[in-house]
Write a protein that binds this ligand. Structure first.
Ligand SMILES: [Ca+2]
Ligand SMILES: [Ca+2]
Ligand SMILES: [Zn+2]
Length: 307
């Protein structure tokens, strides 16, 4: 068994090596640890606050890192999931908007410091449309119109960055937050986390995630996406909003990270095999769906019936 593992590792390294321009880097490629992390989510105490949170809980978060950091994106699980389901999915017939159509919302109340909110929101809509155009699925993707009086952000409210505990849409692009928020996800997280998607699940009377359709997956109430305003954001250059929104929206639509990550020795530059939108680190502009992204999306959604 260990010989087999060594062999497949060696083959993977050879394949990666063939894809890298710098042959000197081949010897120093090493696979990166992207194993899940378990942590307690910090929260303000007080029964009034807990009552406000409703019958939902933050289940997991998946964050995307910069290529230069040498850090690879992780999945963080919160609270009592250690002995339960490690994945979560939307449930047909159970949606807070009473529709199997997938609704989404772009919150213009938290713009980036770098771009007109009209430009960043348009990039996010393009990313959502790219997923909607995948032909195997019929998401019934529906944008909920922006309302300046609406407050979004269950997780941001929980962690003291404003928002509300109420539902807005199945997938919420909740906007840009300052670096302190990202430091709560990982030590020095604000220096390498570009964006993050949180999964919020329904909970039973004991506070555990429900599995109403008995598919072994926790039942998603909605998902929230946040972008790190500690970085400089651009359209069509790094860091490109549409590229990162497309990745985060992939999580919003239930995909996990995909592809093996390797770091080369000298500069910690990351390599992925295969390269995909759902790789756990940013590796340049990528605004169309790759083969593995398409396959992952279709495995989640091809059977979804929104009619
Ligand atoms: Ca829905
Ligand atoms: Ca389920
Ligand atoms: Zn990610």
């Amino acid at each position: 068994m260990s010989n087999l593992k060594n062999l497949s590792g060696a083959i993977a390294l050879l394949l990666i090596g063939a894809a890298c321009e710098n042959q000197d880097a081949v010897q120093t490629l090493k696979p990166l640890d992207d194993s899940p992390v378990f942590m307690e989510l910090g929260r303000s105490s007080g029964s009034a606050r807990l009552a406000e949170e409703g019958n939902f809980a933050v289940f997991s978060a998946e964050y995307l890192t910069t290529e230069e950091s040498g850090q690879v994106g992780r999945t963080v699980y919160f609270n009592n999931v250690g002995n339960k389901q490690l994945s979560a999915d939307f449930v047909p017939g159970v949606s807070l908007d009473n529709s199997d159509n997938i609704s989404y919302y772009v919150d213009n109340n938290r713009p980036s410091a770098d771009l007109a909110v009209s430009a960043s929101s348009a990039a996010i809509v393009r990313a959502m449309t790219t997923w909607d155009n995948v032909t195997c699925s019929n998401l019934g993707l529906t944008q909920i119109p922006y309302n300046s009086a609406r407050r979004t952000g269950y997780v941001s409210a929980l962690l003291g960055y404003g928002g509300s505990f109420g539902y807005t849409a199945d997938v919420v692009h909740a906007g840009w937050l300052p670096k302190g928020f990202f430091d709560l996800l990982a030590a020095q997280g604000s220096t390498f986390i570009l964006g993050v998607t949180f999964t919020i699940t329904f909970t039973d009377q004991n506070g555990n995630a429900t599995d109403l359709d008995n598919n072994g997956k926790a039942d998603v109430a909605w998902r929230e996406i946040y972008y790190n305003d500690n970085f400089t954001w651009k359209i069509g250059n790094h860091y490109d909003v549409e590229t990162i929104a497309l990745h985060e929206a992939g999580h919003g639509l239930s995909q996990g990270h995909f592809g093996s990550a390797f770091a080369s020795g000298g500069n910690n530059k990351l390599h992925f095999a295969p390269r995909a939108v759902m790789n756990a680190a940013y590796s340049g502009i990528q605004t169309s769906i790759g083969e593995t992204d398409n396959a992952g999306h279709c495995s989640n959604w091809a059977a979804w019936n929104n009619n």
